[in-house]
Design a binder for this molecule. Structure first.
Ligand SMILES: [Fe+2]
Length: 168
C-alpha cells in the first residue's frame, strides 16, 4: 500500500534524527543536538498519528516490512572519526539536507499518485507531511547558507550560536 513507504520513511527519520542527535552531542554542539532530539520526538508523534489515521480510515494495520537496521547500517561512521570538526559539520549538514530532500521526493511522488488515483483521504494525509518537510528543508538551507558564508569556522559557529537562527 502507498502508506508502507511513508511509514518506512518515518521510521528511518526517527533513526536518522536520533543518530544525528548523538553525533552533535559527541562533537559538543548542544543546540544542534537539541534540534535533532526535537525532530526525533516530532517523528515519533507523527508516526503514531499517521498509523492511527490509516487504521481509522482504511482498517489496515501498518507494520514495518523491511529491515531498517540493515538498510541504513551506521551511515554516519566516518563522518567525524577521520575528519576535523569543520569538515565533519559540513558533511553532517549536507547529509541532513540530502536526507530531507529524499523524503520530499517520496512524498511529492505519493501525493501526485493519490491525485491520479482520486484518493482524497491519502491526499489529505500526505499533504501536511509534505508541508512539514518543505519547512524543514527551508530551515536547513538557511543554516547551511550561514555556515557556508563563515566557512564552517568552529569558533565563529560557537560564538554565533546563542539565541541565533543557527540553532534551528
Ligand atoms: Fe526530519
Amino acid at each position: 500500500m502507498w502508506y508502507d513507504e511513508i511509514y518506512m520513511r518515518m521510521r528511518k527519520a526517527e533513526i536518522f534524527h536520533s543518530e544525528m542527535a548523538d553525533i552533535f552531542m559527541f562533537l559538543g554542539f548542544i543546540d544542534w543536538h537539541k534540534l535533532h532530539v526535537r525532530q526525533f520526538k516530532e517523528e515519533t508523534k507523527e508516526q503514531r498519528r499517521f498509523k492511527e489515521a490509516i487504521m481509522r480510515h482504511y482498517g489496515e494495520l501498518v507494520i514495518q516490512k523491511n529491515n531498517l537496521a540493515e538498510d541504513d547500517k551506521l551511515w554516519f561512521v566516518g563522518y567525524y572519526e577521520k575528519e576535523n570538526t569543520a569538515v565533519a559539520l559540513k558533511k553532517l549538514w549536507d547529509r541532513y539536507l540530502e536526507y530531507e530532500k529524499e523524503t520530499c521526493t517520496t512524498y511529492e511522488y505519493l501525493l501526485s499518485e493519490s491525485l491520479k488515483n482520486n484518493d482524497m483521504k491519502a491526499f489529505s494525509l500526505i499533504k501536511p507531511l509534505l508541508v512539514d518537510v518543505l519547512a524543514e528543508i527551508k530551515k536547513i538551507k538557511s543554516i547551511i547558507n550561514i555556515l557556508e558564508a563563515i566557512g564552517y569556522d568552529v569558533q565563529t559557529i560557537i560564538s554565533m550560536q546563542k539565541g541565533s537562527v543557527l540553532n534551528g
